[in-house]
Design a protein. Structure first.
Length: 202
């Protein structure tokens, strides 16, 4: 299926049962590729440092008719990276940029067509942190916010009321205002909660 709205995420993880070290998100409109083709492109990232890294890719597609009809796809890749910021992570980051630039070239546009306002960038970053780290955005406080107008990029830092710190870059790739990078700081990634089977929910 070629979706009208596509969101692609690449997460660097120590293991799929843990929260990621960092996540790169990209939202695209009218991506002229089938979901299977996008997955094939993402496979390049698994080979970024010259060897095949452990990875998983999942895809979810669907249609909606809520006000306006449309189709969407969500593709999530998790790729192993034992040390955030290490040589492997640098190679993976470089591969993500190449793949995302190629995907953008096959799309009609992005979910954000121009650099967002400061408030919009903060909201976008909080949404991504919530999505990937299960953090209540109401408990996040902005500690630093800076904008590079030339690169069209915001760099943000947040602190959680429990002391955890998170970082975000909105416009993480030059010329792609909707591309975000979020990461956790100052603590080892924690185990994800185990989903409760529906028949055991209270």
């Amino acid at each position: 299926m070629r979706a009208q709205e596509s969101r692609i995420s690449v997460a660097l993880v120590g293991h799929p049962i843990y929260y990621p070290y960092e996540v790169w998100d990209l939202g695209l409109d009218q991506l002229d590729m089938f979901t299977e083709e996008v997955i094939d492109e993402l496979d390049v990232i698994a080979w970024a440092d010259g060897d095949r890294n452990n990875h998983t890719v999942s895809a979810r597609t669907g249609k909606h008719s809520w006000g306006a009809a449309g189709s969407y796809s969500e593709i999530v890749m998790q790729v192993s990276s034992n040390v955030a910021g290490g040589v492997g992570a640098v190679a993976i980051t470089a591969a993500i940029k190449v793949v995302y630039e190629k995907l953008k070239g096959r799309a009609q546009g992005e979910s954000w067509n121009s650099i967002p306002s400061s408030d919009q960038a903060i909201g976008l970053a909080q949404d991504r942190i919530h999505r990937h780290y299960d953090v209540d955005v109401e408990k996040l406080t902005v500690m630093r916010s800076s904008v590079d107008a030339v690169a069209q990029r915001y760099d943000l830092e947040f602190t959680h009321e429990d002391g955890r710190k998170f970082g975000a870059t909105v416009g993480a790739i030059a010329g792609m205002p909707s591309c975000t990078r979020v990461w956790a700081e100052g603590f080892e990634p924690a185990l994800r909660p185990i989903p409760v089977p529906p028949d055991q929910e209270s």
